[in-house]
Design a binder for this molecule. Structure first.
Ligand code: ADP
Length: 365
């Protein structure tokens, strides 16, 4: 089996893919609640409940927490969300050329040619075209839960036209519409139109809308949004099956394509979910003058460094998963350069002199 995990900021998605058929055998979708590793472990246990404690030969991760979840699972197959969503969409329809992906806190636009992403855009620190904009305004001002938005909006007769292009001002617009006597359904439908309009203005911007348009991500579970987009862009908009799972499906497919290993051997779902992620230490990286703080994590006897602004330590744990039995010369060099030589106390002038010399020259001492 191939495991695909999409560890997003709002939700965590996991799918089990049958490598022979390319079909989804089991899946789970839950709220991340600020702890991607705990959510991943809950997903793995839920998958085991659905299909038994299957062996997982290949694992791929994507989403904003893809690195820590990938490190926890010990896989080198970590892909960005653009590649994962593009692969998931192209699996359903090779002709898709435009993907509008809307998640809880971010939104993306992807342009594809022959199934390959050739351009993309993301929301830039603005929540106006995202799921949280819709979810929070519908809940706090109108008492409509996220799963009710679609049916309420589809019952509207004349959606309200909101001017607000900023999440900070939508609440006063909603109260204004209520005071003007607009119906509850029309206000909810107006919010759905507002998220589509905000996405088109702020995320897609001047980029083109192609001939085959997919709407995906958790927010696409709201089918009223598909209607609003189709109306605004003037062409059909397809919501593929399981739009919330396409990132996880895509990363499972990419992993299967890139790996030469067997998808049949490997650990069982429950043993993958068993170990705790423990932080066993922290040190300052001296590879450059940013002095990033690097955590040392332990998972089931495996210790790896994690963090920093560049990919230095990411490369260390990814290489470890690839060549667990081989000597890690990069780590040995780092220990030689920045570790304390045996028998030299941390407060000794000799230790500081060695560190100073190694930071400046970058040469092995
Ligand atoms: P992430 O951005 O973490 O990858 P998703 O793509 O799953 O998350 O999107 C999460 C958003 O999807 C939630 O904020 C919520 O607004 C929306 N959503 C989740 N479930 C539903 C549902 N049943 N109907 C409508 N919207 C939903």
């Amino acid at each position: 089996m191939v495991l695909g995990v999409d560890a997003g900021s709002t939700t965590t998605k996991a799918v089990l893919l049958n490598p022979a058929t390319g079909g989804i055998v089991a899946s789970h979708y839950l709220r991340t609640q600020g702890d991607p590793v705990a959510s991943l472990r809950a997903c793995l246990r839920a998958l085991a409940q659905q299909v038994g404690n299957r062996r997982i030969g290949l694992i791929g991760t994507t989403g904003s927490a893809r690195e820590i979840v990938g490190a926890y699972l010990g896989t080198e197959y970590v892909f960005n969300e653009i590649s994962a969503h593009a692969a998931g969409a192209a699996h359903f329809d090779w002709e898709v050329d435009t993907i509008m992906e809307i998640g809880g806190q971010d939104s993306k636009y992807i342009l594809l040619r022959n199934g390959v992403p050739i351009d993309y855009a993301m929301n830039n620190a603005c929540s106006a075209g995202t799921g949280s904009f819709l979810e929070e305004s519908a809940k706090s001002d109108l008492g409509v839960t996220v799963s009710e938005i679609s049916s309420v909006a589809l019952g509207a007769k004349s959606p309200v036209h909101f001017k607000a292009t900023c999440a900070a001002f939508i609440n006063s617009d909603i109260r204004g519409a209520q005071q003007q006597g607009h119906s509850h359904d029309d206000i909810v439908a107006g919010l759905v139109y507002a998220i589509a309009a905000n996405y088109l203005t702020k995320v897609k911007g001047p980029r083109c809308v192609g001939r085959k348009v997919f709407l995906q991500g958790g927010v696409a579970l709201n089918h009223a949004l598909g209607n609003a987009f189709a109306h605004l862009v003037g062409r059909p908009v397809v919501i593929p099956p399981h739009p919330e799972l396409l990132g996880a499906l895509g990363v499972a497919l990419l992993t299967l394509k890139r790996s030469t290993a067997s998808a049949e051997a490997g650990g069982e779902l429950l043993s993958l979910a068993a170990p705790e992620l423990e932080r066993v230490g922290r040190f300052a990286c001296h590879a450059c003058k940013l002095y990033c703080s690097i955590d040392r994590f332990k998972v089931g006897g495996r210790v790896f460094p994690f963090g920093g602004r560049c990919s230095l330590y990411e490369n260390v744990w990814k290489r470890k998963s690839r060549t667990a039995a081989a000597r890690d010369l990069v780590e040995e060099r780092t220990n030689l350069l920045f570790g304390r030589p045996a028998g030299v106390p941390a407060n000794s002038p000799a230790f500081h002199l060695l560190r100073h010399r190694s930071s400046n020259s970058g040469e092995t001492i």
